[in-house]
Design a protein around this ligand. Sequence first.
Ligand code: GAR
Length: 204
Amino acid sequence: MTKIAVLVSGGGTNLQALLDAQAGGRLTAGKISLVISSKPDAYALKRAENAGVPAVVCDRKALGSQEAFEQAIMVALASYGIDMIVLAGFMSILSKSFTDVWPERIINVHPSLIPSFCGEGYYGLRVHEAALARGVKVTGATVHFVNEIPDGGRIIAQKPVAVKPGDTPESLQLRVMQEAEWVILPLAVQAVAEAIAKRKGGVQ
Ligand code: GAR
């Protein structure tokens, strides 16, 4: 069984989608064993508590440096024996020295069809603001492996979502979450957790 850590910074609706998938028997290859928040006031922490999942705060601001922040995350991951990391609305970029330790074991959900509207500076509502400003008629979400290039790792899953006349960044964000993110993230986590469990089984 692959032990999964979900890293969050905010509302945690994608974390909730994973918790619901687990409760509904759609996420069976792994177990959500830890939630790590980069912000002490993230609502995602409440979702973890409600689901009885242990949660740790690694406060990006209080820890001062990227090195101290990543070290704190590494310590938490090690102490829970984590095998796989899911970035679900995690608003910090991880350095190469971190991502190199977890090849094809970190996945991220991004609220656009990569390679559109991605990379540094494109996160949260900003992605949808950019999509509306460009006038695209189709957007969507992507789940991908995480490497040292922001939003640059191998793509695992994508789902398109129509932009509608009169959409605001908020209405578009909600539709992308409902129709794409909350659908493809649990499916991708199940598939990757299964692959990691097989690899683990193979070396034992
Ligand atoms: C989601 O739309 C997620 O795709 C996005 O932030 C939102 C977090 O919502 N992530 C990024 O933009 C990362 N580059 P949540 O906290 O409710 O899951």
